[in-house]
Design a protein around this ligand. Structure first.
Ligand code: INI
Length: 163
C-alpha cells in the first residue's frame, strides 16, 4: 500500500523550461489565469520573462499546439490556460471534451507533463471566481502542478521501485 504523500511544499522552478498555451477566447478570464500562473512560477523561482506564452484562438486549438511544444524537446512542461463557458447550444461539449482529451493524449504520447488549467464552467461568474476571484486561481494551480510533475517524473526516472 502506498503512503499518502501531500504535494511538496518546497517546489522549485528555477531552470525549468516551461511554456504556456493560453486561449484568447474569453480572455477576460484567461488573462487573470495567465497572471496567476506567471506569479506562481515567479514565486517558485522562474523568471516570467523566460516563460514563452503562445496564444491560440480557443481551447479547441490547444491540444495541437501543446503537443507540438511537448514533442519539440525544448520544454520540460506545458501549462494550458483556457476558459470554456457553457452557452445556449451544445458547442461547449464539442470544445471542452476534445480539449481535455487532446491534452491528456498529448501528455501521454510525449511523456511531457501538460497541466490542465482550462476552466469548464456553467457561467461567466463561475469562471471569474476561479480566475483570481473567491475560488482561487486555477492558472496558479496549474503552474504549481506542472512544476510538481516535472519533479515527480525526474524522481521516477532516477529511481527503481521498492521490493
Ligand atoms: N473556445 C473557448 O476557449 N472557450 C469557449 O467558451 C468557446 N465557446 O464557447 O465557443 C470556445 N470556442 C472556440 C473554439 O475553441 C475554437 O477556437 C473554434 O471553434 C475554432 O476552431
Amino acid at each position: 500500500m502506498g503512503e499518502y504523500a501531500p504535494p511538496p511544499d518546497a517546489l522549485h522552478a528555477a531552470g525549468l523550461r516551461i511554456a504556456i498555451v493560453a486561449g484568447r477566447f474569453n480572455d477576460h478570464v484567461t488573462a487573470p489565469l495567465l497572471d496567476g500562473a506567471l506569479q506562481t512560477l515567479a514565486t517558485l523561482g522562474l523568471d516570467p520573462a523566460c516563460v514563452p506564452v503562445h496564444w491560440v484562438p480557443g481551447a479547441f486549438e490547444m491540444p495541437l499546439v501543446a503537443q507540438q511544444l511537448a514533442a519539440s524537446g525544448r520544454v520540460d512542461a506545458v501549462i494550458c490556460l483556457g476558459a470554456v463557458i457553457r452557452g445556449d447550444t451544445a458547442h461547449f461539449e464539442y470544445v471542452a471534451g476534445p480539449c481535455a482529451a487532446g491534452l491528456a493524449q498529448a501528455a501521454l504520447d510525449t511523456g511531457i507533463p501538460i497541466a490542465f488549467g482550462v476552466l469548464t464552467t456553467n457561467n461567466d461568474q463561475q469562471a471569474l471566481d476561479r480566475a483570481g476571484g473567491g475560488e482561487g486561481n486555477k492558472g496558479a494551480e496549474a503552474a504549481a502542478t506542472a512544476v510538481e510533475m516535472v519533479a515527480l517524473l525526474r524522481e521516477l526516472s532516477g529511481k527503481g521501485e521498492r521490493c
